[in-house]
Design a protein around this ligand. Structure first.
Ligand code: ZN
Length: 274
């Protein structure tokens, strides 16, 4: 089911991890951001778009993680974009013959058979200096940063007051850090939050990659909540955060947090030893 969140901006939520696909209406069709996860849900989304009398003219992946790189044949063979760094990461990680088998290992076993990997990661990188997605529709400004994954981009639709946040600013997931090679993943993430803070002046609604929409004051509150989590993690403080507390929506987030905490402690010990 498509739900309108602002004029010409609709969201389709997956039952898997509250994953949000975002549909943006343009002059000649829609642009689809992070199409979804399960085959049946993406087929349903394709039907919903057709029922609106629209067709998909382009896609965009916010970052190079499997659950943001999927596509369904029913959505059409259209250009699918990502930042240059996102596309380069997809090429590095997914162009060999064993890639799909590796990705299948990352997918929760209960849904792996329902996730279509045929069109996984067919992403064209936009030029590194590009600020906007090239298409005939409202301006989609990319806020590129290195929090969570290489070449991650949030999208601001200024004329609609919408921020499509990718995997930041979620009410169900704490900031998930990218420990693969980043020198200071917490600082990368804090930097991303500063960029987002500078971009949300006219934003009324934030659509996270996973979780529920945040409206009004909630936009800044989400930024503050992610920042507080990161400061506590960095400081080795006890983290009090509803996303990992007793009322957490996903119990597994607490174990991811614990792994992150251990990683940060190890990094600190490593730095003191050298
Ligand atoms: Zn991700």
């Amino acid at each position: 089911m498509l739900r309108q969140v602002a004029e010409g901006v609709l969201v389709h939520q997956s039952a898997f991890c509250q994953t949000n696909a975002v549909v943006v209406q343009g002059a000649a069709g829609v642009l689809l951001v992070d199409a979804g996860v399960r085959d049946e849900e993406m087929a349903c989304l394709a039907r919903d778009i057709a029922d609106l009398g629209q067709s998909v003219v382009a896609g965009f992946s916010t970052h190079p993680h499997w659950d943001h790189l999927l596509w369904h044949p029913g959505l059409g063979a259209v250009p699918r974009y990502g930042t240059a760094r996102c596309a380069a990461t997809v090429r590095d990680r997914l162009s060999d013959a064993g890639a799909k088998a590796r990705v299948a290992q990352l997918i929760p076993p209960d849904i792996v058979d329902e996730v279509p990997l045929g069109l996984l990661g067919h992403v064209t990188g936009l030029p590194a200096e590009a600020e906007r997605i090239p298409w005939d529709g409202p301006d989609l400004r990319m806020i590129e940063h290195q929090a969570h994954a290489p070449g991650h981009a949030a999208l601001v639709i200024e004329e609609r007051g919408v921020l499509i946040a990718g995997d930041t600013l979620s009410d169900v997931l704490v900031p998930l850090l990218d420990f693969n090679g980043a020198a200071d993943p917490i600082e990368d993430y804090l930097w991303a939050l500063r960029l987002l803070e500078g971009a949300v002046g006219g934003v009324d609604v934030v659509v996270p990659g996973h979780g529920s929409l945040g409206r009004g004051d909630e936009v800044h509150a989400r930024i503050e909540q992610d920042r507080a989590y990161l400061h506590a993690l960095r400081g080795g403080d006890i983290v009090s955060d509803p996303r990992i507390g007793p009322s957490a929506v996903y119990a597994w987030v607490a174990s991811v947090h614990e792994r992150q905490r251990q990683n940060v402690v190890r990094g600190r010990e490593h730095n003191t030893a050298h």
